[in-house]
Design a binder for this molecule. Structure first.
Ligand code: MG
Length: 373
């Protein structure tokens, strides 16, 4: 009998509301004051634990209440009493038990792999195929409507060695976007600049606006228009000479296939929360790579716990070459929930080598930030 042939005996959930240090405007949505996540803990018969996080955002992927209900009511019965070894079967059942709710399924897969890793003494990246890198270049998003505050943030991250910024555009007006682009190019010539509209542009003059932004030669431009505007994405791609990335247009592997067939992008932002887990995220990246497209490690509004799932996925996925944006734990949350700081040094996320995810949440913090109805 293997150590994995033991049952999962407990399934605990926390709905957290976590204060943030600054407002973030992302195209069609805004975060102010706090964001919510759901944390899942699985416990095996020998007391080993596995952790996962669902990080939904209502205007993009769904509500925290939906993630909580998906886990608590529809997924829990298919997990408790099952063997730790059977994670693939558990995930398959969970996917059939409730439609959508990709963040809930991402939390479940993270917790299952963390649990297996703890029991086997192996990092999650080893369970995902082994490691192809020891660190991931970190991108920090410039998304504060108060640009003076973002100017200070850019000084701070430059001192920390961060070399990539992603300018969030399309939430106010074109003049504000071009002014910020000009400022960053002039004052931070070393920064690798990326642009992300988060679906923020109206179709009417989207092509022209993106062309003007493309004149600054960013490394890529992400999702200028609504997720379902596939033809417009294709038109924009044809009108610019920098790579166009799909984010909200591509959740899972099925969307990636369609994006390739309809040639709407040159690359994709892979997110554990959109794809419904690390393994499906790997599949998205590999389908993209097979079609000659690039892949980037995106995230939602996450704590260090969800960042870790993304970190292990990218560690084991050579096709994701454009870095990651796991900056919330260090630069956005007032306090992260991990017991030790999320591993980030010299402008890069460091891949943990310890068992499981390599870090655990501080349960006192989970209790402290638990949302009270
Ligand atoms: Mg994006």
């Amino acid at each position: 009998m293997s150590d994995l042939d033991q049952k999962i005996i407990a399934f605990d959930l926390w709905h957290l509301s976590l204060p943030v240090t600054s407002r973030r405007d992302h195209g069609i949505g805004t975060i102010e004051g706090a964001f919510d996540v759901i944390v899942l803990r699985l416990t095996a018969e020998d007391g080993s634990e596995g952790w996962g996080e669902a990080s939904p955002w209502a205007p993009f992927t769904g509500s925290p209440e939906a993630s909580f209900a998906a886990l608590d009511r529809y997924i829990r019965p298919h997990v408790v009493g099952q063997l730790v070894a059977g994670s693939a079967a558990i995930m398959d059942t969970a996917r059939r038990a409730v439609a959508h709710a990709t963040e809930a399924k991402a939390a479940l897969e993270s917790a299952l792999f963390d649990l297996q890793g703890r029991i086997l003494g192996a990092p999650v990246w080893a369970l995902l195929g082994g490691k192809c890198r020891n660190e991931i270049p970190l991108s920090v998003s410039i998304a504060n409507p108060d640009f003076d505050a973002d100017k200070e943030l850019m000084e701070r991250i430059a001192e920390d060695g961060v070399g990539i910024v992603k300018l969030k555009t399309g939430f106010r007006d074109q003049a504000f976007d071009l002014l910020r682009l000009e400022y960053i190019r002039k004052n931070h010539p070393k920064f690798d600049i990326r642009i992300d509209y988060n679906q923020g542009l109206h179709p009417h003059n989207a092509v022209q606006k993106v062309q003007e932004a493309a004149n600054f030669q960013p490394t890529f431009i992400e999702q200028p228009v609504a997720a379902h505007h596939f033809q417009l994405m294709k038109d924009i791609r044809a009108a610019i000479d920098v790579p166009l990335l799909a984010d909200e247009s591509v959740f899972g592997p099925e969307d990636m296939v369609r994006a390739i067939q309809e040639r709407i992008c040159d690359g994709v932002s892979v997110k554990v929360m959109k794809s419904g887990g690390m393994t499906r995220g790997q599949t998205v990246a590999r389908i993209a790579a097979a079609a000659g497209m690039s892949a980037y490690g995106g995230d939602m509004f996450e704590t260090g716990l969800a960042h870790l799932a993304g970190t292990h996925m990218i560690a084991a996925t050579p096709e994701i070459t454009l870095g990651c944006e796991f900056y919330h734990a260090r630069y956005h949350l007032t306090e992260d929930i991990l017991a030790d700081p999320f591993p980030c040094q010299g402008g890069a996320v460091q891949i943990p080598d310890g068992p499981g995810l390599g870090y655990v949440p501080d349960v006192d913090k989970l209790e402290h930030y638990k949302r009270t109805p």
